[in-house]
Ligand binder design. Structure first.
Ligand SMILES: Cc1ncc(COP(=O)(O)O)c(C=O)c1O
Length: 403
């Protein structure tokens, strides 16, 4: 059973989505549970007539040539579209950054202006200041807490507004409904990097966002073993996204898409655990004297917390905290003492990670003063009590070096 006539919850949706009968049947009787890995470059035709006929038809969910995908990619794209009620379609990419690039290029042309949130992921900023600039697209950065005030920044040339909520280092939550309303009133397209919340905690298309982007590398894959990105388009935006992506030659590997589909089946239960463990640890850190501030959207101290409470259905496993005093050396002592936290980029996998972060390095128009060095934690699926014991040892090492 992969379809239901009754409305279902998110955990049921991620189990059913994308497992269409035509992708799981076809060899003898019965059906397999998950669409398999179909690897292909060449697609063979029955005759010259068949080949020519095929070239005149839309390739959506039809074998044509490997770059147009196989049921393995279509299944994951279909599942991600299902998770965004109101969406038109999803295109998949070999990384989250590739997804961001294709989404932006599907909207922007030379002479256009992009409004980009100042708390955006650094490679998104790099793309605006590099590739987009080279092609004559100018970027203006804006305060993540601007809300309806974005209307004052929208000018004649403004074509798109890019949001990331919360920011993945400093965790400001944006007023997405207010920004979407201001954009719509002026015919401006909105894009959101929704990697932190996923459609399960923030269904972006339903909130009026035009193009919602996931670094599927994080919670969709969920096991730190594949790179993948997606863009899901709202009404009127899929055609341009698909055409731009084809023209860029974008295709995600079937093996990685299969890992994405496998990860998706458990995403709801993983996110529930990431949420409860991260909240427990964030609250424990808040009570520690060595910690000046915890930046977790579900906690009142986080900028935009009220918006989080209004708009989001849950919180995931990534947040930052600010140490009370200390310097880079005492911060490094803390992180180096941890035994259960890996030191590395990325997040969203089953394992915990700790990273020194300095968000002020990646700002153009806003700066938030903090009391000391910052650490970002990705809380994995380990026992939270074990992670707390590990952090306790880390804080002792921090105290010893800080003095
Ligand atoms: C918020 C955010 N968006 C996008 C990306 C890019 O994803 P990828 O590493 O798959 O290119 C990342 C990666 O860390 C991220 O943290």
């Amino acid at each position: 059973m992969t379809e239901t006539t009754r409305p279902v919850g998110d955990a049921t949706k991620v189990v059913l989505a994308g497992r269409r009968a035509e992708w799981t049947r076809g060899v003898g009787e019965g059906a397999i549970v998950s669409p398999p890995v179909w690897r292909a470059s060449t697609i063979l035709y029955d005759s010259v007539g068949h080949l020519r006929d095929s070239a005149t038809r839309d390739t959506h969910h039809r074998l044509f040539y490997g770059r147009k995908g196989t049921p393995t990619q279509w299944s994951l794209a279909d599942a991600l579209t299902t998770l965004e009620p109101g969406a038109e379609g999803t295109f998949l990419y070999g990384s989250g950054v590739a997804a961001i690039a294709a989404a932006l290029l599907s909207v922007l042309s030379p002479g256009d202006e992009l409004l980009l949130v100042d708390s955006a992921y650094d490679p998104t900023r790099g793309m605006a200041n590099g590739l987009l600039k080279r092609f004559g697209i100018m970027t203006r950065f804006y305060d993540p807490l601007i809300g309806a005030g974005i209307a004052d920044l929208i000018g004649e040339q403004t074509r798109a507004i890019f949001m990331e909520s919360p920011g993945s280092l400093s965790f400001e939550v944006q007023d997405i409904p207010a920004i979407v309303a201001a954009a719509r009133a002026r015919g401006v397209t909105t894009l959101l990097d929704n990697t932190w919340a996923t459609p399960l905690f923030f269904p972006a298309i339903g909130h009026g966002v035009d193009l919602t982007i996931l670094a599927c590398t994080k919670y969709v894959v969920g096991h730190s073993d594949a790179m993948l990105g997606s863009v899901t388009a709202g009404p009127g935006h899929f055609k341009a996204l698909r055409e731009t992506s084809f023209q860029l030659g974008q295709i995600a590997s079937p093996d990685d898409c299969w890992l994405g589909s496998r990860g998706l089946r458990t995403m709801a239960v993983r996110l529930a655990q990431h949420q409860s463990s991260a909240l427990a640890i964030a609250q424990w850190l808040e009570a520690r004297p060595e910690v000046a501030q915890v930046l977790h959207p579900a906690l009142p101290g986080c900028p935009g917390h009220d918006l989080f409470m209004r708009d989001f259905k849950g919180s995931s496993g990534l947040f930052s905290f600010v140490l009370d005093g200390g310097d880079d050396a005492s911060r490094a002592a803390l992180i180096d003492t941890l035994e259960l936290f890996g030191i590395g980029y990325s997040w969203g996998g089953f394992e915990s990670l700790a990273l020194p972060v300095d968000p002020h390095r990646y700002r153009s128009v806003t700066r938030r003063e903090v009391a000391g060095p910052m650490i970002r934690l990705q809380i994995g699926l380990e026992d939270p009590a074990d992670l707390i014991a590990d952090l306790d040892a880390g804080l002792a090492a921090f105290r010893a070096v800080r003095g």
